[in-house]
Design a protein around this ligand. Structure first.
Ligand SMILES: C=C(O[C@@H]1C=C(C(=O)O)C=C[C@H]1O)C(=O)O
Length: 250
């Protein structure tokens, strides 16, 4: 059989899920693993360049035969820390929002929140690399992933930081699921079983995952154990459905 092409998010939040995959010779002999930023890997699943990916759930409507293939995801219950809207002014004064080119879920989440939660019209602009320098005055910006920690630590960090996962939970009383392992075709069951077990290995060995990824800007134990919520639950699936519905109404 051809190797299964697996695409994963290259951020810190995915390290616990990838830890066991990278340590399973049986799995590694069956796959080709690529790591990139979330929007890129979502596009790879849509175009058929990958068979399974830890992709932003906002891509689901673009994948006809999508299926979730693991019990684990990149999710949150309230605050997540790394899906943020940075601004010089409070949300009611924002006029324009630069949307992170690396994201597809959080940028759509931001639009859903402006319309339904903050009930405020603003101009959205799809940003390109370097956009973080343009966040200023009434122009805010969405930033996701490790760059949020960098921005918070930088001398020119904005005074207002809205955690979009927390705002979603305030709005819906639900958790959130930004990304999940999604396949664009049916995959062999013995593969998905092995894959799921490998996902769990890192979550059961968080100290080893942290030792392998030293990070000076944030407490990764808190990040992996309290901020990111990795298990897919009924409420996360409910949140995903609601999010996709609201996104399609934009
Ligand atoms: C919590 C996060 O969730 C991420 C946000 C995504 C998105 O906005 O499309 C996709 C994958 C996740 O890695 C993060 O990036 O820190």
């Amino acid at each position: 059989m051809d190797k299964i092409r697996v695409a994963a998010v290259s951020y810190l939040n995915s390290k616990p899920l990838l830890y066991g995959i990278k340590r399973s010779p049986e799995l590694l002999s069956q796959i080709i693993l690529t790591e990139d930023y979330p929007k890129k890997i979502g596009e790879m699943l849509v175009s058929g360049e990958a068979d399974v990916g830890l992709i932003p759930v906002a891509f689901i409507p673009l994948i006809p035969h999508w299926q979730i293939v693991s019990d684990y995801c990149i999710g949150s219950v309230g605050k997540v820390e790394t899906v943020s809207l940075f601004s010089d002014v409070p949300v009611d004064k924002i006029e324009k929002v630069l949307l992170d080119y690396q994201s597809f879920s959080s940028v759509n989440l931001c639009r859903v929140l402006f319309k339904n939660h903050w009930k405020k019209e603003v101009v959205f602009e799809n940003a390109t690399a370097g956009y973080i320098q343009q966040i200023s005055g009434t122009t805010a910006g969405v930033i996701i992933g490790d760059r949020v920690f960098e921005q918070k630590a930088s001398a020119n960090c904005q005074p207002y930081i809205y955690d979009l996962a927390e705002e979603w939970t305030k709005f819906t009383k639900l958790p959130f699921m930004m990304a999940a392992w999604i396949a664009n075709k049916k995959l062999p069951e013995d593969f998905t079983k092995l894959f799921n077990e490998a996902n769990k290995t890192g979550l059961e060995n968080i100290d080893a995952v942290i030792a392998e990824n030293p990070y000076p800007l944030y407490d990764l134990k808190k990040y992996f154990m309290e901020d990111i919520s990795y298990e897919i639950t009924g409420d996360k699936l409910k949140a995903m459905q609601l999010f996709i519905t609201l996104m399609q109404e934009l």
